[in-house]
Design a protein around this ligand. Sequence first.
Ligand SMILES: *Cc1c(COP(=O)(O)O)cnc(C)c1O
Length: 391
Amino acid sequence: MQIGGLPLTRLAQRVGRTPFYAYDRHLLTEKVRFLRENLPPEVHLHYAMKANPMPAVVQHMASLVDGLDIASGGEMQVALDTVTATGNISFAGPGKTENELACAIAAGIVINLESEREMTSANRIGLSLGYRPKVAIRVNPDFELKSSGMKMGGGAKQFGVDAERVPEMLKQMGKLNLDFMGFHIFGGSQNLKAESIMEAQEKTIDLAIRLSRDAPGPVKLLNIGGGFGIPYFPGEQPLDVSAIGKNLAQLLPRARQFLPDAQLVIELGRYLVGEAGIYVCRVLDKKISREQVYLITDGGLHHHLAASGNFGQVIRKNYPVAIGNKMQATNREFVSIVGSLCTPLDILADKMEMPVADIGDLVVVFQSGAYGLTASPGAFLSHPNALEVLV
Ligand SMILES: *Cc1c(COP(=O)(O)O)cnc(C)c1O
């Protein structure tokens, strides 16, 4: 097995110790190229950093996409180190602190307001610093992105401002010292149904057109969210991005007619980076308990919560896993691969058929480029953290 043109065993020697995450630069570049080929050229592509905030990955993504979406002051500092113009960085997330707002305003970052309170805070901070904050309203839509792994819009949510309250907020905004940029409408995450995404995009554009009637100025920015998913489990099919692109192209004339100044933006995290990463750990022990074979590794859920099934899954399913230094082996057996944490939740692969492995072999978990290390409880059980490399 190779990653970034290097044999896995050699990469492991180069990294110096296991466990580690490795992200493949070429696959990241290829993914953005593929998307650009399938989406209308007028639509801008943003990278949502929370999927993988490793600075080297963010630097590489910043060289490929049109903007970055951040969701904390920490992500903001990494984003500000990239080539991305600050006007193409947008800041979402509930509960922004006064300090985060002040830094973002000083930087000239677009703030996606999650509440009326954030609007009045941004106005006050802008006046005291002497800058006019760039703001968009994050709208909690009056519809849902159907069949999403995680719903983040529609119904009662901690995200955004309910669509029905936005007209009043826009009227208030007209009296403040704020540079109105537009709307941010994000419905959900990990969606593999093109039709659901297409339907949500159409409703999103319609909602923005409706809301624009009360806006204090032209809509310059319309972030229609993302939610593009990747296949993890047997039977899941890759998302039909070409269908989404064709449908978007048909929606564009209407957007251009009613929102002539609006730059359309799609923001994606998982879809851009998820398939470009692997997690690698080493077999420390092999045991048999009442006929069940266990491979015990130096990895675990403290590095890769999602692979253990504890990050949003309802029924635990195995991520694609392999013995990275024995890809061709024909001698196979059923094993459970676990980490070294003292909890039964610490499973990387449950009763999977794998090449017969021994102590010292390298276990590889695929589809690990998004929501890996930083989405895991690294301090749990006080083991060393995983390393990360971009190759
Ligand atoms: C988490 C998040 C994203 C990224 O979602 P993916 O499913 O990784 O593409 C984008 N925008 C917002 C506002 C988010 O909270």
